[in-house]
Ligand binder design. Structure first.
Ligand SMILES: Nc1ncnc2c1ncn2[C@@H]1O[C@H](COP(=O)(O)OP(=O)(O)OP(=O)(O)O)[C@@H](O)[C@H]1O
Length: 250
């Protein structure tokens, strides 16, 4: 039985302004923790967004759990934490607890109602991410870092099999960032959840990722973390200093 979670073949992605990704091919197995790196504007967010149908695939193909992305609809198996913060208007009419509870609806069939067990699950997740005391506040009233924690709780509440995190720690203070990475590493190790992490945070990726994917419109590297550290091409592209920090801390 195949344990392939993501397969991408000769993928191209374009916006109205033109093509931003070309000829990308790789596959990710269940339990992998993949660090996606590359310069600003290299297409990292576009790649993960294409997987979940948020931008247009103009050539090639991509599949999730063996199903072409265009037909995939088991969204409860995926937790996604988008890059953009501050997307909630201060008067957006949802509390923190309601926002996290929304994450549970994707696994439910009609009528999509939450039961007592669901509410307990939400409480537990809020607790785990240290935001229980904020649960009755409107999501738009929180700081960027607090919103980020709540959105992570929403991404995790379903116990997803694939977790896609797009620069998740940008707004977090150092202590919360550490805690955040510990939680992700823990669910990867103990529950075998596959993780795709887009980040510029070289230290964190060195501590946790088992595989690396380096993009710059094209796929310039995909392989194990150790191969990445030994690659002279990556030293040149990534910068010896960044590569050293990353590899030294592993
Ligand atoms: N919605 C959009 N419409 C048009 N062009 C876009 C859109 N989103 C991204 N782009 C363009 O696509 C290219 C890749 O952007 P993307 O956000 O995928 O890069 P990234 O590697 O995630 O960058 P960063 O590290 O800065 O977050 C950039 O040139 C960007 O301007």
């Amino acid at each position: 039985m195949s344990h392939e979670v993501v397969r991408v073949e000769r993928l191209g992605v374009s916006y109205r302004v033109g093509q931003v990704l070309e000829d990308i091919s790789f596959s990710i197995e269940a339990g992998d923790y993949v660090g996606i790196v590359g310069p600003n504007g290299s297409g990292k967010s576009s790649l993960v967004r294409a997987l979940i149908g948020l931008c247009t695939i103009c050539s090639g193909s991509a599949s999730l759990f063996g199903v072409p992305c265009s037909r995939f609809d088991e969204w409860g198996r995926i937790g996604y934490l988008p890059q953009n913060l501050g997307m909630y208007n201060p008067v957006f009419p949802a509390t923190v607890a309601e926002t996290v509870a929304l994450g549970l609806l994707s696994r439910k069939r009609f009528p999509r109602r939450l039961n007592r067990h669901d509410h307990e699950t939400v409480e537990r997740m809020l607790e785990e991410l240290g935001v229980s005391d904020l649960k009755s506040k409107l999501i738009g009233e929180l700081s960027g870092g607090q919103q980020q924690r709540v959105l992570l709780a929403r991404a995790l509440v379903n116990e997803p099999e694939l977790l896609i995190l797009d620069e998740p720690t940008a707004a977090l203070d150092p202590e919360t960032r550490e805690r955040f990475y510990r939680i992700i590493a823990d669910i990867n190790r103990t529950r075998g959840v596959t993780v795709l992490l887009v980040t510029h945070d070289t230290g964190a990726i060195g501590q946790h990722a088992s595989k690396m994917l380096y993009l710059d419109k094209r796929l310039l590297f995909f392989g194990s973390f150790d191969e990445f550290c030994l690659s002279p091409e990556m030293s040149e592209l990534f910068g010896e200093h960044s590569q050293h920090i990353m590899c030294h801390r592993h």
